[in-house]
Design a protein around this ligand. Structure first.
Ligand SMILES: Cc1cc2nc3c(=O)[nH]c(=O)nc-3n(C[C@H](O)[C@H](O)[C@H](O)COP(=O)(O)O)c2cc1C
Length: 174
């Protein structure tokens, strides 16, 4: 079988999603894959790929607007998209890809899977995080501190391995 042509592209403010993107890219080693930050992607090149892994951190419950901007500016899209994201919540309760999905629903493109994992809030300065905690009453503050502890170090080695395996499984399914 011919190699698949794959693009792994992402928006990452503080580097967490970029780490996941690199692991996904490693998982695509058997194919002909490119890894690019989203601002380096030429929209007219999207049609040349069989599959695009499209990722972002979650900011105010949504992925970065550059994702839908890229889709808007492409005249032709590939057949398959896979989404990935990192977020500071425990799980992906928020539908961060809502806007992007809405745009793709109007096309023949399929969204075949989604990968998500926690990403420590390293984009928010330590002093701001502390000030936010200080404003909370004791019980919610305890919960917020516990959550910060759980987030620490994510994406970790296990998350990165999961992302790599995820990409390998997606490719197998195609
Ligand atoms: C300005 C800002 C807003 C954020 N809003 C959310 C949010 O609404 N929900 C959430 O789960 N995480 C939120 N986060 C946390 C990020 O999604 C998380 O740290 C992610 O891993 C960042 O990815 P990046 O390092 O690739 O930029 C926010 C972070 C920042 C800096």
């Amino acid at each position: 079988m011919n190699e698949l042509k794959i693009l792994v592209t992402y928006y990452s403010e503080s580097g967490n999603t970029e780490k996941i993107a690199k692991s996904i890219f490693e998982g695509c080693a058997s194919e002909e894959a490119d890894l690019k930050p989203i601002d380096q992607v030429d929209p007219s090149s999207l049609k040349n790929y069989d599959l695009i892994f499209l990722g972002s951190g979650i900011y105010a419950s949504r992925v970065h607007k550059s994702l839908s901007e890229l889709i808007n500016s492409a005249e032709e899209l590939p057949e398959n998209f896979v989404f990935f994201c990192t977020h500071a919540s425990l799980d992906m309760y928020q539908d961060g890809f809502k806007v992007v999905k809405r745009k793709l629903e109007k096309t023949t493109t399929k969204i075949i899977d989604i990968f998500d994992c926690m990403g420590d809030n390293i984009g928010v300065p330590e002093a701001t995080r502390k000030a936010m905690l200080d404003r909370l009453p004791p019980e919610p503050r305890k919960k917020a501190e516990e959550h910060q502890q759980r987030l620490k170090g994510h994406p970790n080695e296990e998350d990165l391995e999961n992302a790599k395996e995820f990409a390998q499984l997606v490719i197998k399914k195609l």
